[in-house]
Design a protein around this ligand. Structure first.
Ligand SMILES: Nc1nc2c(ncn2[C@@H]2O[C@H](COP(=O)(O)OP(=O)(O)OP(=O)(O)O)[C@@H](O)[C@H]2O)c(=O)[nH]1
Length: 323
């Protein structure tokens, strides 16, 4: 079975494959379409071909480091054959992308078995942290978990209210402090509430200020310290919420957050609003941080666990059926 047939086979067996793909449509369209255009006048993997491929990869936000790696590996692979078709080359390309993703293993999301699991959501303003807290609440509720949220983003006017409204809608407690209050003290309240009410998961929305790295570092260090005093091992996860439409800028943000705190996972939001998908590979290849979820819209249901097969299937749309 060819690489694409295997993908197709896996895709057809996934329950929510269609929904994943429909949300991801624009992404797949563009990268696939651009690759597809390279079929015209295909004359083997020449310097020109590699140059064109490099441009498509960069335009799809794969990032220079990963794009160069992909092109080098493709050349090495193709050099082993006397003759390759365009479809072969595309299958090699997808396999190389898959292997790059799989080079570092994704740590599974482990929940705290001895009390609430505390998840700290970090990221710059507007990346989608508050909305993602709502989406995760919905997801974990559907798994039968007791969830609570903490509005520790005391910086932005309206952020507390925004989270409180979501919590109301979803029927979960929202622990909040005053605007411009100390976020760490709200987190302490949140942890105490979670213990007293036997919550399974506590999602903590924070304010992402990147203007000053030292301040950010101090703020996050303080948050970690106070949470850790309240619940052993907390925060159990620190998830960075990244707006995928910011492209390589998102990668730079991720690097900064990784420098100042131990980011354990990434949630890529607004994947429905981008024509690119390569940022997933760039993050995995350069930062080795797992991408756990994709945000595919503004509603509480618009969150999907990241799935490598579905991702590859989506980005290969347009080239899979080339003869
Ligand atoms: N299309 C789309 N929009 C999203 C997604 N996630 C969040 N948004 C929108 O992005 C905007 C910002 O989202 P917020 O959740 O308020 O972002 P935030 O990071 O909490 O922002 P601050 O509170 O300013 O730090 C809102 O209009 C959301 O509806 C997504 O996956 N897709």
């Amino acid at each position: 079975m060819s690489f694409f047939d295997t993908l197709k086979d896996k895709f057809s067996k996934k329950k929510d494959g269609d929904r994943y793909l429909s949300g991801f449509n624009k992404t797949s369209d563009t990268m696939g379409k651009k690759l597809n255009k390279m079929a015209f006048g295909f004359n083997g993997v020449t310097e020109d071909f590699l140059e064109e491929l490099m441009i498509v990869l960069l335009e799809s936000d794969v990032g220079i480091q990963t794009a160069e790696k992909i092109c080098d590996q493709l050349k090495t692979t193709v050099d082993q054959y006397r003759y390759v078709t365009f479809k072969d080359v595309m299958a090699f390309l997808m396999e190389i992308m898959q292997n790059i993703y799989l080079e570092s293993t994704d740590a599974p999301i482990v929940m705290n078995e001895n009390g609430p699991t505390v998840i700290l959501m970090v990221g710059v303003n507007g990346s989608g942290k508050t909305t993602t807290c709502a989406k995760l609440t919905k997801l974990y509720q559907s798994q039968g978990k007791k969830v609570g949220v903490v509005a520790a983003d005391t910086f932005r006017a309206g952020a507390i209210e925004q989270l409180a409204r979501w919590a109301d809608k979803l029927g979960v407690p929202c622990i909040k402090g005053r605007e411009n209050g100390d976020p760490s003290s709200v987190l302490v309240d949140g942890c105490r509430y979670a213990k007293e009410h036997n919550l399974d998961i506590l999602l903590c929305d924070t304010a992402g200020r990147l203007q000053n790295k030292v301040n950010l570092m101090n703020e996050l260090a303080k948050m970690r310290k106070v949470i850790g005093r309240e619940i052993e091992g907390a925060p159990h996860h620190v998830w960075l919420v990244l707006d995928s439409t910011t492209g390589q800028n998102g990668l730079s943000q991720a690097k900064i957050f990784q420098e100042v705190t131990d980011v354990t996972g990434i949630i890529l939001t607004k994947m429905d609003g981008t024509a690119k998908g390569g940022i997933v590979l760039a993050i995995k290849d350069v930062l080795h941080i797992p991408v756990y979820y994709l945000g595919l819209g503004e509603r509480e249901d618009d969150l999907k666990p990241f799935d490598l097969d579905l991702y590859l299937y989506s980005i290969s749309e347009g080239i899979r059926d080339v003869g």
